[in-house]
Design a binder for this molecule. Structure first.
Ligand code: HEM
Length: 345
């Protein structure tokens, strides 16, 4: 994951593509997750400071507000309710709205289209229409931030990078789309699957209700135990590389299986066990590792921690309405997840 001899560029011939990918878009210039070398670090550097823990702390009150709002809406609509739809999906979408500086009056529009992109029931045309609508919306928003800047990420990137000519508007637009897509489904599925795991382990849910200080450690263990990016991370070898005594030749594909690393018995004691008290949980690879390691991890951790604490606190009688085996899952996605999570209280 750290070796510069591997490429993340899925458009290179021979790249081990795990999911069908759309043709390369002219305006996909800021999708740095698929870039290598200086082109990649140029974009990544512009965001590093934004996602540092101290900056995420500043938006924690907004995350808290979002979480509480979604939970209270779920309460009003039930019982029963679908926790995925009422809680797990809206939280990351509202949070990214706050981060990017989407005006409150446009939240519904933004949320509607970003959820259509993530919904596995959306057909290709619906996804394309939603991507088009969001891209048009973000383009207008970027223009608006030039004249009416706020205290948000888009305004800062416009003022500090676009205006001095360091970054083009279309590059910023695709960076914003990447943040939306990369941060949405991963976090939503983690919230849903974490809720399910804790419903299966009610003693842990009770423990975090009594002592919210346990939440950060529990979140690390949930990230390890669940490992939502279940297809692993694909790479293409650009040169002959030896990894763990195996030669990977130039032109060959390699997939880093994060889920297997996270069940490695030489690192994790009794790895199949969900143990929120384990000391070594933080050594997981759920956010990847090395050059492309998740830039949004402080944000994801904050969202997960706040979501779980508030869920435990506000819904002491929460129960799943189906058994684990019967919960509808999403098997074919890059990130593992639940199609719905029927709950009652
Ligand atoms: C629990 C939630 C999350 C998980 C499990 C997760 C996982 C990952 C993983 C495994 C990678 C590495 C990809 C690779 O090496 O090819 C990654 C990269 C990335 N993530 Fe996350 N992520 C999460 C949340 C977020 C959030 C909330 C954001 C931002 C809003 C975000 C933004 C990104 C970006 C921009 C990259 C690309 C970094 C780069 O290429 O340098 N992620 N994420």
């Amino acid at each position: 994951m750290r070796h510069p001899g591997f490429s993340s560029d899925q458009y290179r011939p021979g790249f081990p593509v795990l999911n069908p990918i759309p043709p390369k878009q002219e305006d996909a210039s800021g999708l740095f997750i698929f870039m290598d070398g200086e082109a990649h670090s140029r974009f990544r550097r512009m965001l590093t400071a934004e996602f540092m823990i101290k900056n995420i702390r500043r938006i924690e009150p907004l995350i808290e507000e979002t979480v509480v709002e979604a939970l209270e809406r779920m309460r009003a609509s039930g019982p029963p309710a679908d926790l995925m739809n009422e809680f797990a999906l809206p939280v990351p979408s509202m949070t990214i709205c706050h981060l990017l500086g989407v005006p409150y009056s446009d939240h519904d529009f933004f949320q509607f289209h970003s959820r259509a992109i993530m919904d596995r029931n959306s057909g290709p045309e619906e996804v394309e229409a939603a991507l088009g609508a969001l891209s048009g919306f973000l383009g207008e928003l970027i223009k608006f931030k030039r004249t009416s800047p706020g205290e948000d990420l888009l305004s800062r990137l416009v003022a500090e990078r676009v205006v001095p000519g360091e970054l083009r508007e279309d590059e910023l637009l695709s960076m914003a789309m990447l943040l939306l897509v990369a941060g949405h489904e991963t976090t939503a599925n983690m919230i849903g699957l974490s809720a399910l795991a804790l419903l299966e382990h009610p003693e842990s849910l009770e423990a975090v209700r009594d002592d919210p200080g346990l939440a950060p450690g529990m979140v690390e263990e949930l990230l390890r135990y669940i490992t939502v990016v279940r297809t692993g991370l694909p790479r293409l070898a650009l040169e002959d590389v030896e990894i763990g005594g195996r030669l990977i030749r130039a032109g060959e594909g390699a997939v880093a299986m994060l889920s297997m690393a996270n069940r490695d018995p030489s690192v994790f004691h009794d790895p199949e066990l969900f143990d929120p008290a384990r000391n070594e949980a933080h050594r997981h690879m759920a956010f990847g590792f090395g050059l492309h390691q998740c830039i949004g991890q402080p944000l994801a951790r904050a969202e997960l921690r706040i979501a779980l604490v508030e869920l435990a606190r506000r819904f002491p009688g929460l129960r799943s309405r189906t058994t684990l085996a019967d919960v509808p899952k999403r098997h074919m996605a890059v990130t593992f997840g639940l199609a719905e999570l029927p709950v009652t209280w």
